[in-house]
Design a protein around this ligand. Sequence first.
Ligand code: TYC
Length: 103
Amino acid sequence: MATQHQLDPGLVHQEQRAAPPPMYRVVLLNDDYTPMEFVVDVLQQFFALGLEQATVVMLKVHNEGRGICGVYPRDIAATKVSQVGQYARQHQHPLQCIMEVNE
Ligand code: TYC
């Protein structure tokens, strides 16, 4: 006869399972100096957004102070934050890009 364990180990032994690793939001912050076109370029280059969606996200950041570029595993989010920061500094823009855990 099948035990409960054999039928549904996920339910019986839920407490022994590792939680899935958290995901991280990559967030752009508004500032008064970075050109809008540069932000749209960043969103297209580093977050694979099309021109229209990149423009929507840029305007959201401009109007609301911040906006989500994407949600990724920790290492990928950290790489994007680093790449955007380096690209912005290269072009002498104060654009800030951060990551935060998505619960
Ligand atoms: N506020 C900037 C401007 O008026 C545009 C901008 C948008 C800057 C988004 C940063 O993350 C940003 N030129």
